[in-house]
Every structure is written in C-alpha cells, then in structure tokens.
Design a protein around this ligand. Structure first.
Ligand SMILES: [Zn+2]
Length: 260
C-alpha cells in the first residue's frame, strides 16, 4: 500500500477524514480496494484501519447497511438520476449500526450533469457521520462544482509521477534538517504550489514526509518524528484548504512550518 493510502487510512481512523474524497489514479482495482479499506476503517468495531471484525466482514461482502456502492451496471455508462435520488434521501438518515454512512460512487465520472447537480447540496452540507468516496481516473472528468467540494487524492505511482519534484522536495528537506535553513522550506512550498495539478504535488509532499517519518527516507538530520508527522498532517489540511480555493503557497508553507 502506498504511503498516501496509509496516511489517508490513518486520517480516517482518527475520524478526521474530509466528508467528500475523490480517489483518482490509473488503476481502478487500486481505487476500489482503497475505498473498501476506508469504508472499513470508518466503521471498524476494533478501531483499526480495517480488520476481520464482523463490521469489516460485512462491508467486504457488501452486506453492511451503512456502506453503499453506487455503480454503473450492464450497458449503461452513466449513474442514473434515480440512483442519486436514493443517495440524497439515504444521506439524510443517521447510520443504522455503524459509525459512518459511506457512499462509494464508482466511477464518479459516471455522474451526468443532472446527477452531479442533484448531489451538490448533499456534498455541500453533509450530515455528520457521512462520507462520500468518489472514484475516477482523473478529477478533470468531474464537474468543477463537485471537485471544489471534495478533497482529491492521487492513488498509486505518485513518486514515479513527478520524480523531479520529489527529488527537489527530498533535497530541500535534507538541507533544512542539516542547516535549519527555513529558506529551503519556502523553496519547497514555492515549487509544490506552482505544480499542476497542485493537489497531486501536495499529496506527493505528504507521501515524502510520511516516508521520512517511517524511516524509509533518511533526511540525515535531527528532525523529530513528531514534527515530521505534524507536517504530514499539515499537508492533509492543506489539501482541504485548497478545495476551498485557499492560496496554495501559503497553506503549504503553513504545513512545512510544523517542522520548524
Ligand atoms: Zn473491523
């Protein structure tokens, strides 16, 4: 499992997940597996990131009354407006037996414009304990109004995706760990916030910080694991702020300020 996925599951375990998540990436299987793990984590009776407790088992077998899969079927390419109406009605109810109602929309680019619009108000003012997980190859395939209400997470192959930026981030972090030169952090924030799509670049930064906290990357300095984890959490917050059109550079600088 990628570090981005681990970070996301841990965020879910702590109950701090954004209420609408877009999981995007090239592998539909990987997206589905992560969505399933998230649904389990949000409802696991053992409080873990998904184990074989009865709730997780029922989610796996698609028998859990609070976890809904909205999919296209047969010849249809689109999710029907009736399916979305059911989601909207169901989303107003409290969970039956779990802690969270989870709606997995697969694929989210199967939403028609009408379907997307019907879903907007629910996404905007979600009931407590409700999480939407939208799966797609690319957030660009979704309406901007859906994207702006959701946190987009790239799943799979993130490091290979932008090796140049990853190198820049790693060497900047090493320089900061060695010399405590905050200019190195500001340079990282500038580089990350100028990348398109910025959400993917911030997710990459979060992945690298997680790798450093887990000891998979040696920054060669004396940064505490707590501070590195705080900065990694900061990148999750930054993605949330980005979804409401906050200044990307500022929010990344704030995340990295946790290291100082
Ligand atoms: Zn469980």
């Amino acid at each position: 499992m990628s570090s981005a996925a681990e970070l996301l599951l841990d965020t879910a375990r702590r109950g701090e997940l954004h209420h609408s998540i877009i999981l995007h990436g090239p592998s539909r299987e990987e997206l589905r597996a992560l969505a399933l793990s998230l649904a389990k984590t949000l409802n696991c009776l053992e409080g873990t990131t998904g184990d074989d407790c009865p709730a997780c088992d029922r989610i796996e077998r698609r028998l859990h009354p609070d976890v809904h899969f909205i999919e296209v079927s047969g010849e249809r390419k689109l999710i029907s407006i009736e399916q979305i109406r059911e989601v909207v009605a169901e989303a107003t109810l409290r969970p039956y037996e779990g802690r969270n109602k989870v709606f997995v929309i697969d694929p989210a680019d199967g939403l028609s414009t009408g379907g997307s619009n019907s879903l907007l108000k629910t996404l905007e003012e979600p009931a407590r304990d409700t999480t939407f997980i939208l799966l797609t190859r690319s957030p660009d395939l979704l309406l901007p109004t859906i994207r702006s209400r959701s946190q987009a997470i790239y799943v799979g192959g993130e490091v290979a995706q932008d090796e140049e930026l990853a190198d820049f981030i790693r060497s900047g972090l090493m320089r900061f760990a060695r010399e405590r030169d905050t200019a190195a952090l500001l340079a990282i924030a500038a580089a990350v916030s100028q990348r398109e799509p910025t959400g993917d670049a911030i997710a990459l930064l979060g992945t690298i910080l997680c790798d450093a906290a887990a000891g998979r990357i040696d920054l060669g300095g004396s940064l505490s694991v707590d501070r590195i984890l705080a900065a990694a959490d900061g990148t999750t917050a930054a993605l949330r702020w980005l979804a409401v059109n906050a200044d990307a550079r500022l929010v990344v600088e704030q995340a990295l300020a946790e290291l100082v």
